[in-house]
Write a protein that binds this ligand. Structure first.
Ligand code: PMP
Length: 405
């Protein structure tokens, strides 16, 4: 077992053997830690087991692993150079593409990770308003810097002192949060839907989205949408465009470059000046390969209507899973957009059934997650979903046999 050997070696040289969201110790017991390869909607672990992949590397892989158009664009750029004394022309081309694609974007700044983008967006908001406080939803994930990491280990209370929490989808709660820091709100930061781990997802109430926009306007604060997780899987124009709600600032990353490391903040004209005042940078933030990959990814999603493809396969998956669960005598809840789905079992507060089922899915060649939402990619064909459903059906049967009727 290569995975077991690697874990043992990792324990000697990596704290805890692994850290962060990819630490397999926090998944069900059968999850491999190390992976060897990916192609389309499939991944192979280091022991050669093949999975139909519904995590898409936790979001980044939106067109499928090793997508030829993206790989070609990245390879072409790599042959010229990646990390140079300054960015390549592709930085301007990518910013132009974002400005052309996203109605709320008049400009773009680039970095590497979602956390860079959420942090940078709040810096722009604070630079613009001269205020300190940020309203954020209770339990929302905005990244792993000291101001937002869910574990407070290694952080100080001061680093979070400027956050005021509200309950997602409650305008009343949002307004109450604002009232506690009247006159000092720099920003409202909010994800396009509620996708907290360990619980059913919740789509945004359009009235909440519009109310958040109106409140930000009334307060003179920036409305920041954290589209790091949902971006490029709901609507290329921005995830609240369908509700007619446009943010002042948006944080993007994950799916932007089909797995290449890049993040962006886009913003409205009024915040261009404040954005310019920041000293916000990084050694690798201007690397050209990820920018070339991002440009190819967004163009391909646009030209092939990739999001519609994901919605079709996600709908088939959801319908199939509902039918199977019912046939095996389970009541399940499937929540969130079909392109970023999650399934929970009724009455499974400790997630033990979800853990067993996800492990059984894994044994049957389907990689899903027991407590974090999954991701579809445009590489999932109807055939792949049908194949995956064969695996999930066996997993439901095994779970039923394990639990008894
Ligand atoms: N915001 C949201 C909504 C996220 O889902 C994530 C990553 N899961 C982040 C921010 C942070 O992104 P990163 O891990 O790339 O720093």
């Amino acid at each position: 077992m290569k995975d077991a050997e690697l874990r043992e070696r990792a324990r000697q040289v990596i704290p805890g053997g692994m850290y962060g969201h990819l630490n397999a110790a926090i998944f069900a017991p059968g999850y491999p830690q190390f992976f060897a390869r990916g192609e389309g909607c499939r991944q192979w672990d280091v022991d050669g087991r093949e999975y139909i992949d519904f995590m898409c590397s936790w979001g980044p892989v939106v067109l499928g692993h090793r997508h030829p158009v993206v790989e070609e664009a990245a390879a072409r750029q790599l042959a010229e150079g990646d990390c140079l004394n300054g960015p390549g022309p592709v930085m301007v081309e990518l910013a132009e593409l974002l400005v052309d694609t996203i109605p709320s974007a008049d400009w773009a700044m680039f970095s590497k990770n979602g956390t860079d983008a959420t942090t940078q967006a709040l810096m722009v908001a604070r630079a613009a308003t001269g205020r300190t406080k940020v309203l954020m939803a209770h339990g929302a994930y905005h990244g792993a810097d000291p101001w937002c990491t869910p574990s407070t280990a290694g952080t100080t209370p001061n680093e979070r002192a400027d956050l005021v929490e509200f309950a997602y989808n409650s305008l009343e709660s949002l307004e109450a949060a604002a009232a506690t820091v009247e006159g000092d709100v720099a920003a409202i930061i909010v994800t396009p839907f509620k996708h907290d781990s360990f619980e059913d997802q919740e789509l945004v109430e359009p009235a909440f989205a519009r109310g958040a926009r109106a409140l930000a306007d009334r307060l003179g604060a920036a409305l920041v949408i954290d589209d790091v997780r949902a971006g490029f899987r709901i609507d290329l124009r921005g995830s609240w465009e369908q509700y007619g709600v446009r943010p002042d600032l948006t944080a993007w990353s994950k799916a932007m470059a089909n797995g290449y490391p890049i993040a962006a903040v886009t913003g409205v004209d009024a915040l261009r000046g404040p954005a310019q005042t920041l000293y916000s940078t990084g050694s690798f933030w201007f690397s050209a390969v990820a920018m070339a990959a991002a440009k190819a990814t967004i163009e391909t999603l646009r030209d092939t209507d990739g999001i519609a493809t994901m919605f079709r396969s996600g709908t088939r998956l959801r319908e199939g899973l509902y039918a199977q669960a019912k046939a095996h005598g389970f009541t399940v809840n499937q929540t969130g957009p079909v392109t970023i789905p999650w399934l929970s079992f009724d009455g499974d507060a400790d997630l033990s059934t979800a853990m067993y089922w996800s492990d059984a899915c894994l044994r049957n060649g389907v990689y899903i997650h027991p407590w974090h939402n999954w991701f579809l990619s445009a590489a999932h064909t109807e055939d792949d979903v049908a194949r995956a459903l064969e695996g999930t059906d066996r997993a439901f049967a095994e779970t039923r046999a394990h639990l008894g009727s």
